[in-house]
Design a binder for this molecule. Structure first.
Ligand SMILES: [Zn+2]
Length: 300
């Protein structure tokens, strides 16, 4: 616990975060929690980011923050060096030298209620939310509406084409925007959403009998086969755009901690920076182009 009345420590902030997002709720393969930083260091200013990349680190240093809270783990797999001549080693050196702590809440924030997909659903105006894939009974995250993705109802029915425009308008702006798959005039009332790469939940979206499923990082074979087997229409936004809305919830949580100023990064960390529509595009082409699935479809 902090002995200073007004300013919390890294340990105080971590305790607050772990009340909302217990590390035991994270997937086994995930790596969440404090990555670097002295637990006793004081925290006056925090920056919330989706990705710890050179651009968001530069933003943190320029803003003079004491702590970064990130969604994606900086170090997910084993490393044998953090030399500053390596990409991640450079980031680690910059943060330690500037006394900036780093904390990660990833899949434990995904399954939390409210969690990452609740913030995404709220942007779209969805109501009557429930998990797309509830946390399995017997696991630490089970119960109380927790689980991956969310299913909800749109404020009013709209066509798939209208929904794509709506999503592009209410999600954080990106170069790529939102693309959709399915008949443009298909009426959508219920929709499943999943922040981040959600193609492992395509079957759950079909089983839930929703009209559309919005996520990111959808791939050719998985998406095509899903549509060919009468799955819901698909909307593919960018990874950052589907997870950035959660940073506002995170900041709201931290703003209840006295003595801390919390900032949210709006730097788009998607790799895609340019979008060009084909000159002949406009009319919907043929039905889904999946004829055969030549490669086995692997996750990862
Ligand atoms: Zn993600």
């Amino acid at each position: 616990m902090s002995t200073t009345a007004a300013v919390p420590t890294v340990a105080d902030v971590v305790a607050e975060l772990e009340r909302r997002y217990p590390p035991s709720w994270a997937e086994e393969w995930d790596r969440v929690g404090l990555v670097l930083g002295e637990p006793c260091a004081l925290v006056r200013r925090i920056l919330c980011v989706v990705d710890v990349v050179p651009e968001t680190v530069a933003e943190a240093l320029a803003a003079g923050v004491d702590m970064i809270i990130a969604h994606h783990p900086l170090l997910l797999r084993g490393v044998s060096t953090v030399a500053p001549t390596t990409y991640k080693g450079r980031i680690i050196h910059q943060l330690i030298k500037a006394d900036v702590a780093l904390y990660v809440a990833h899949t434990n924030a995904d399954v939390a209620a409210p969690g990452v997909s609740d913030a995404l659903a709220a942007r779209l105006g969805l109501t009557d939310l429930r998990p797309l894939q509830p946390s399995r009974p017997g696991t630490p995250a089970a119960g109380e509406g927790r689980g991956a993705g969310r299913i909800g109802r749109l404020p009013q029915p709209m066509s798939l084409a209208e929904l794509a425009r709506h999503a592009a308008a209410v999600l954080p702006a990106t170069a790529v925007g939102v693309r959709a798959a399915g008949a443009p005039d298909r009426t959508v009332r219920t929709i499943a959403v999943c922040g981040g790469a959600g193609d492992s939940f395509l079957a759950d979206a079909t089983a839930a009998n929703v009209d559309a499923y919005l996520t990111s990082d959808l791939r050719h074979h998985a998406a095509g086969e899903h549509l060919a087997t009468d799955g819901p229409a698909l909307l593919d936004a960018t990874h950052w755009a589907t997870e950035r809305p959660w940073l506002d919830d995170l900041a709201a949580l931290l703003r209840s901690t006295p003595g801390v100023e919390t900032l949210v990064s709006d730097l788009d960390t998607d790799p895609w920076t340019v979008h060009a529509a084909s000159p002949s595009a406009g009319a919907p082409a043929v039905a889904h182009p999946v004829a055969e699935n030549k490669e086995p479809d692997r996750e990862g």
